[in-house]
Design a protein around this ligand. Structure first.
Ligand SMILES: Cc1cc2nc3c(=O)[nH]c(=O)nc-3n(C[C@H](O)[C@H](O)[C@H](O)COP(=O)(O)OP(=O)(O)OC[C@H]3O[C@@H](n4cnc5c(N)ncnc54)[C@H](O)[C@@H]3O)c2cc1C
Length: 509
């Protein structure tokens, strides 16, 4: 009899592909299936946030994404009588190699992740649908239907639903998906716009709402996104309709041409009540959906996957305790809630018909935006949120700060910043990384040997001297997803030994 899989990944959108990449990197036994015969060819999500670029760098795919994409550095605010330029990322963010929002179509992002997987021998089983999943014993019996209608029964210790907003896994696990739909409809198109200055985001803000053109590149130079005006006719989205809508917002509708994708949609704000039920896990759109304001959707999904993949792999290999899996929901559910809250606020401000907000859009924002852009501290705070660099797990059971923490620098639960530059690249290999700062003679091999015993392929030691992120003699244990699990000042290893004994079992398989 075939042994059960460690993990069945259901869905090969950006979330499932990222999960598969991490499961592969951490030597899990898994399969990834998707019911559609082909990957997404539409642009869909088009903004990749700095934290996602950092997190994917470990797979060696980020340089390719950056080469293909378009880092927009400017926002052009088109007002009734003038146009103002706002520089977006001149705020002195130095702790990431990617201090910009990268525009790239979801189709290309998925293609790069797919190439990465196939180069490592992972096949995405397309045309294979999960039709039923039943708990049996500690695992799940799954019924898969192939493109020819033939059914196959597979057992897996864990099933991860990366299967989008209408998730089958979520339904089979009996997890609710509460929330609401926004009342208005939105139009979206990938097309060319003559005369629009390249390399910038263009925003037209009126009482009625917002029209935005994003620089896309492929499959068309621009993405247009707008609230459908309430008096615009219902029905199919056509070029003449887009032109009329653009005119309504004060853009030049006649400049719109060569659309390659036009659609309209209603938006929802919904979230799963929990991200785990026994052997079932949810990630990406299966766990949370919201408005595209701030380009968070795909990014949050990819980061869910990268929080979960290593945990599943290490638990299945016997290299970590079962309890590690509980930290997935406790770390990611609050992130999902925060993203839903933030995108809801941004969206309501940008589109609400409420008279105060309409007035603010038309009169206040145009006057205040250039002034607000001079205030670097609040902009840095906003950038931390939108870029997802500010996401931390300080309250997680997996985050332990010793009684003597370093005086400055990142804390347990924070992502490891790229300070000094190149530090993140040093910890890119799969597994845990122990960073030791201060004179090397404090960290002789014989002191570290008990930590490494039986864990040599799980834990890599880096003696950083004075080139670490803390000014003191310090120890920092970095998790496989780039967040700090344990941080302490000084050379006493007792706390670190206890942490490692709890969370890193050593290699069993
Ligand atoms: C029109 C449109 C425009 C968008 N624009 C933006 C944007 O501008 N910015 C942004 O951040 N986000 C945007 N999004 C959302 C973004 O596309 C999603 O957040 C992202 O795709 C989520 O990725 P995912 O992998 O979690 O789910 P999905 O991409 O939905 O992938 C789920 C996969 O699961 C497969 N699947 C489903 N059920 C089963 C089953 N039973 N068995 C096997 N396979 C199954 C599906 O075939 C699919 O491939 C847009 C979405 C749409 C539709």
């Amino acid at each position: 009899m075939t042994p059960p899989l460690d993990v069945l990944v259901v869905g090969a959108g950006p979330t499932g592909l990222a999960l598969a990449a991490q499961l592969r990197a951490h030597a899990a036994r898994f399969r990834i299936v998707d019911r559609s015969l082909d990957r997404v060819r539409e642009s869909r999500a088009l903004g990749i946030q700095p934290r996602t670029l950092e997190a994917l760098a470990g797979f060696g795919v980020t340089d390719r994404l950056v080469d293909l994409g378009n880092p927009a550095m400017r926002l052009r605010l088109h007002l009734a009588r003038r146009t103002t330029t706002v520089r977006l990322f001149d705020i002195g963010v130095t702790d990431t190699p990617y201090p910009f929002l990268l525009f790239l179509s979801q189709a290309e992002t998925e293609s790069v992740l797919g190439e990465h997987l196939s180069a490592r021998g992972v096949t995405v089983e397309r045309g294979t649908e999960l039709v039923r999943a039943e708990r049996r014993g500690p695992g799940v019996v799954c019924r898969l239907r192939g493109r020819d209608g033939a059914e196959e029964v597979v057992t897996a210790r864990h099933v991860v639903g990366c299967d989008g907003a209408h998730s089958t896994v979520r339904a089979q696990a009996g997890i609710g998906f509460e929330g609401y739909a926004y009342p208005r409809t939105y139009v979206l198109a990938d097309l060319d716009v003559g005369g629009l200055e390249p390399g910038a985001v263009h925003s037209y803000m009126t009482r009625g709402g917002v029209l935005i053109f994003f620089p896309l590149g492929s499959p068309a130079p621009w993405r247009m996104l707008a609230v459908r005006p309430s008096d615009a006719p219902d029905g199919e989205v056509t070029l003449p309709l887009l032109r009329r809508i653009a005119d309504r917002y004060g853009a030049d509708g006649s400049a719109l041409r060569d659309p390659v994708w036009m659609t309209d949609f209603r938006l929802h704000n919904r979230g799963a009540g929990h991200y785990r039920s026994g052997p079932f896990f949810l990630a990406g759109d299966a766990a949370h959906i919201h408005s595209p304001a701030g380009a968070q959707g795909m990014n949050t999904g990819i980061q869910d996957a990268l929080n979960l993949g290593w945990k599943l792999a290490l638990v299945c290999r016997g290299a970590a305790p079962e309890e590690l899996l509980e930290t997935y929901g406790s770390e990611r559910l609050p992130v999902g809630h925060a993203v839903r809250r933030f995108t809801d606020r941004a969206f309501v401000i940008g589109t609400s018909p409420h008279p105060v907000l309409r007035f603010a859009r038309e009169r206040l924002v145009p006057r205040l935006a250039p002034l607000a852009m001079r205030a670097k501290a609040p902009r840095r705070r906003i950038f931390r949120t939108v870029s997802e660099l500010g996401i931390h797990y300080r309250g997680s059971p997996l985050s332990t700060t010793a009684t003597r923490p370093p005086r400055h620098g990142p804390r347990a639960g924070d992502r490891l910043p790229d300070l000094p530059h190149g530090l993140q690249a040093r910890i890119a290999a799969p597994g845990w990384h122990l960073l030791l700062t201060g004179p090397s003679h404090l960290w002789p091999d014989e002191r570290l040997a008990p930590l490494l015993a039986g864990r040599a392929d799980l834990l890599t030691v880096h003696r950083l001297g004075d080139q670490g992120p803390w000014p003191d003699v310090a120890q920092g244990l970095v998790r496989p997803d780039g967040h700090l699990g344990y941080v302490a000042r000084g050379a006493d290893l007792a706390g670190l030994r206890a942490y490692v004994a709890h969370w890193l079992n050593g290699t069993r398989r």
